[in-house]
Structures are given as C-alpha cells and as structure tokens.
Write a protein that binds this ligand. Structure first.
Ligand SMILES: Cc1cc2nc3c(=O)[nH]c(=O)nc-3n(C[C@H](O)[C@H](O)[C@H](O)COP(=O)(O)OP(=O)(O)OC[C@H]3O[C@@H](n4cnc5c(N)ncnc54)[C@H](O)[C@@H]3O)c2cc1C
Length: 264
C-alpha cells in the first residue's frame, strides 16, 4: 500500500500577519508544518508501522505545494517517520487559489500510484477545508472526511472511518483508493525523536516544477485563479466591555443589558 499525505507549510499561528498586494505576506513570518497535518501523518504511521513490523513494505510519501522553504516543514514530517516527500515549487504558483492547489496536488497524486491519501481537515492559515473534497473529485476517488477513527483492511482493499459531525457519528466505508481527512481528536501526534530527526536528514525530498508535472503557468497562480481577495482589513481591537457592579441589583442590570440587545 502506498499512502500519500498532503502537508502544508503555514505561517506560525502566533505570528502577526499582513496582507501584501492582496496576498498574505508569508515570507516575512515564521513558518511551520500545518498542525492539523501532523494528525494525518500520525494516523498513517499508526496504520503502516504494525504492518511493516510484520514484514510488509507499505510506504508513506508527503506531498506539498509551496515555496522552497516548505522543505523545512516537510522535514518535520519526515522526522516523525514518513519515508520520502514530493514538493511542487514554482514561481508561477504564487497566488494559487484552492482550485489551482487541488489541481497541482491531484496531478502529483494521480501519477504516484497511491492507494490512500490523508489530509488534515483544514489549514491554519486559509482554513477553507475544501482541498480533501476537491482532491477526491479531481481524482474520481471516494472521500471520507472528518474522520475520528480510521481502520484500513489491506486484504479487502477497503477503509472504514467514524465521521464526526455535529449531529453524531457516522460510520462510513469505501474501497481504496480514497481520500481521508482526519480531525485533531483522532490521535496524539508524536514528537520527532532524535533518531527520527537524524534519519530525516537522509530522506529524499523530490522537488518538482510545474513543467515537471505537466501543468502550465496559465492554469495556476493569479492568472489561473477562480477567486480573488478583493479587500482585507485587520479585525478591530475588542471593546473593553461593560462591567456591571453588583450592589444588590446586579442581576437586574444584567437582565436589562441583555434585553436591550434582544438577547433575552
Ligand atoms: C486569490 C488567492 C490567492 C492565494 N495566494 C496564495 C499564495 O500565493 N500562497 C499560498 O500559500 N496560498 C495562497 N492562497 C491560499 C491557498 O489557495 C490555499 O491555502 C489553498 O488553496 C488551500 O486551501 P486551504 O489552505 O484553506 O486548505 P484546506 O482545504 O483548509 O486544507 C485541508 C488540507 O489540505 C491539505 N493542503 C492544503 N493546502 C495544501 C498545500 N499547499 N500543499 C499540500 N497540502 C495542502 C492539507 O492536508 C490540509 O490540512 C491564495 C488564495 C486565494 C483565494
């Protein structure tokens, strides 16, 4: 079984972000591996490790689209235990929207002979939560999203997940190949060990240009984008709020406050 995991390098959640010419200025802030993708890596490792311990040779490949420095985030995934990685990096990709991103990732996946693709549920920067579904649609594969548990049956080439939704838990299954997105409650991602960090230094990250994967500049980036950021404003600072002193009539004042705002 060949497993691919889509991993994204994102600006550090704590960094102060700015817009530059309608795009998020990613270059000026620290960047990290999208935290939610660590759960996808951990889950794939938990599936593969026991099988490989029994002599099988299942592999895990990280796939990322991003600038050259995305290799730093990829290295973290490799140090957790993934085997190798593919990074699609090309100046024409700047300004790519979700449709373009999914086009690039799907192209790489379709040429890699993968049985299973794992994603996080969302990136911590753009947070659209659309890439897993777009990938499945482009690949013509089943999608099992928001998985809280994953059980792969290698013998019958099928996978079963528990899908966590607001209304409850749905148990769903699909034949491989398929795309799975996992939620953060699924596991506790491991910290890379010293041995893992050292091993990751020798693992191969194959960098591909747009031409290498058979796409042209007009299909991606600003020129190929179906969506555009029209305007962006920093969120106004929060008001101090209103403090209600309780000198016996606190409850009444609180009720009046809520009533004025039609909250009760
Ligand atoms: C007009 C416009 C211009 C943009 N320009 C840029 C830009 O210049 N640079 C830029 O970085 N972003 C840019 N973006 C944002 C970019 O399009 C989104 O980050 C991207 O489409 C993925 O969406 P998301 O981050 O919301 O992913 P989600 O759908 O929230 O992510 C779900 C999962 O998909 C996978 N995934 C998502 N993105 C990637 C990736 N790149 N590589 C591997 N796996 C991934 C991960 O597993 C992730 O957990 C732009 C967006 C718009 C609308």
């Amino acid at each position: 079984m060949k497993i691919a995991i889509c991993v994204k390098q994102v600006p550090d959640s704590w960094a102060e972000k700015k817009m530059l010419n309608g795009l998020l200025d990613r270059a000026s802030v620290d960047a990290v591996l999208n935290e939610l993708d660590e759960y996808a890596i951990e889950e794939a490792l938990r599936i593969v490790e026991p099988l490989n311990a029994g002599g099988a040779t299942h592999s895990i490949t990280l796939i990322s689209m991003g600038p050259d420095r995305a290799s730093e985030a990829i290295r973290k995934g490799l140090s957790m235990g993934a085997d190798e990685a593919i990074l699609v990096s090309d100046p024409s990709l700047v300004g790519s929207d979700a449709l373009a991103t999914s086009k690039v990732l799907a192209k790489v996946i379709s040429e890699g002979g993968f049985d299973l693709v794992f994603c996080g549920t969302e990136s911590t920067d753009a947070r659209m939560s659309v890439i897993p579904a777009m990938l499945a649609e482009r690949l013509g594969w089943a999608q099992l999203t928001f998985a809280g548990t994953v059980k792969v049956d290698a013998a019958s080439s099928s996978v079963e997940i528990a899908r966590m939704s607001e209304s409850g838990v749905e148990v769903m299954s699909a034949a491989l190949p398929c795309v799975i997105s996992v939620i953060e409650k699924i596991n506790e991602p491991r910290y890379p060990s010293f041995k893992g960090i050292m091993a990751a230094k020798k693992k191969i990250i194959t960098t591909k240009s747009l031409g290498d994967i058979g796409l042209s500049a007009g299909e991606v980036g600003m020129s190929g984008a179906w969506s555009a950021v029209i305007d962006a404003k920093a969120r106004p600072p929060r008001d101090k709020g209103i403090k209600i002193e309780d000198s016996g009539d606190g409850g009444l004042k609180l009720a009046e406050f809520l009533q004025e705002r039609r909250l009760i």
